[in-house]
Design a protein around this ligand. Structure first.
Ligand SMILES: [Zn+2]
Length: 384
């Protein structure tokens, strides 16, 4: 085919200009190959590593054709023998690479490695692993868009968002989720005629935390009251936090085990077996875990990545803390003491505060005097 060149007119030029306009290389479509179109073609050729002659021959035409596809506009799959090629494939590959999946490279060709990576992603988010990228897979990618990260670039972007908003707690929204409730009491321990339930204890913790955070200027919302009629599913708790645009989500539980020797605190954040993790969720989990261990002396059962609905569907840094085992006589004796519960709450306040310090300005664990927090914030002493 004869290259399309400056001065040409017609349907082919209209198509070329439409694609270039879609790529923001040209300000308006049209049917004339004018000087602006030539500049746009050269810029496009340069960006694709083609020889920048300003004419549209077979090779440039193919590249333009591939460039018209935006991720989500068509279903992507591994086609044999002619694989799908396009910018949408490249965007998908970059996204998967960023999350730590092995697609080889972002070459814009939907080959067998891309298909395998998509299938692995689908398995991990609970979709049918058919290796093709349609509306459901796109939906999952979009939903995880803000939080699932593996690579460093994304981690930097997430901490930048927090850094830009500054270290103050004033005006933040924190959603506190006391686990269980209603028909589901969680772990239950009998003490003579008394009956201690996880649902009651974590609600008490949640309302103490609510008071402390509110005093520091935080907007706080609990996912349930002290005695709800039904137990809210985790999906709805996550949805509530999303709809409130929460900055941080903390779910509170106590653990239980048949063996009374099991004790200690553990904190969970979003992640999969594949090493895909929410970087900010992991950071929040680490802060919560370390502060609680340092301030309460509960055994350190460490932080763990889990793909639970509650952590997977929430779009902000989210953690679930299991603060001690109600079935451990030692942990139980501490948890039923309101002063001990206040120490847990102080640890959580300190962790939330540290979440908003830039990483390089973070302070040692246990060093924040949370009782003076409001005065310090008001005086501007914790300002960047
Ligand atoms: Zn629980």
């Amino acid at each position: 085919m004869r290259p399309i060149r400056p001065g040409d007119r017609g349907p082919a030029v209209t198509e070329i200009r439409a694609v270039l306009t879609g790529l923001d290389l040209l300000t308006a479509p049209g049917d004339e190959f004018d000087a602006a179109t030539e500049r746009a073609v050269r810029a496009f050729q340069q960006s694709r590593g083609l020889s920048a002659d300003g004419r549209v021959g077979a090779e440039t035409w193919r590249a333009l054709d591939a460039a018209r596809w935006r991720l989500g506009a068509r279903t992507l799959y591994h086609a044999v023998p002619d694989p799908l090629i396009g910018e949408d494939v490249r965007s998908l590959q970059e996204r998967l690479l960023e999350m730590g999946y092995d697609v080889g490279g972002a070459d814009a060709v939907y080959g067998v490695r891309t298909s395998r990576a998509v299938a692995q992603f689908q398995r991990e988010v609970g979709l049918k692993p058919d290796g093709s990228c349609g509306p459901y897979t796109m939906g999952a990618l979009r939903r995880l868009g803000r939080k699932v990260v593996g690579g460093r670039p994304q981690w930097l972007r997430e901490s930048d968002a927090i850094r830009q908003s500054g270290p103050t707690l004033v005006g933040r929204t924190v959603v506190i989720d006391p686990g269980h409730g209603g028909t589901d009491p969680g772990v239950v321990v009998a003490d003579g005629t008394l009956r201690w339930t996880e649902a009651d204890l974590v609600h008490d913790l949640a309302s103490r935390l609510e008071g402390r955070l509110a005093a520091a200027g935080v907007r706080v919302q609990l996912t349930r009251g002290p005695a709800p009629r039904t137990c809210l599913p985790d999906i709805d708790r996550a949805e509530l936090a999303n709809s409130l645009g929460a900055d941080v989500f903390i779910s509170l539980h106590t653990d239980g085990h048949a063996n009374p020797a099991a004790d200690g605190v553990a904190t969970y954040h979003y992640g999969t077996d594949n090493g895909v993790t929410s970087a900010t969720g992991e950071r929040l989990a680490g802060l919560v875990q370390r502060e609680i261990v340092a301030r309460t002396g509960l055994r350190d059962c460490r932080t763990h990545a889990k793909a639970w609905d509650l952590l997977r569907l929430t779009r902000m840094p989210a953690v679930r803390v299991e603060v001690g085992y109600l079935t451990s006589p030692q942990d139980w004796a501490r948890l039923v003491d309101p002063r001990f519960r206040d120490r847990i709450v102080e640890a959580l306040v300190a962790a939330v505060q540290r979440m908003f310090f830039p990483v390089e300005r973070d302070v040692p664990t246990g060093s924040i005097d949370v009782s003076a927090l409001r005065a310090v914030v008001a005086a501007g002493a914790v300002r960047d």
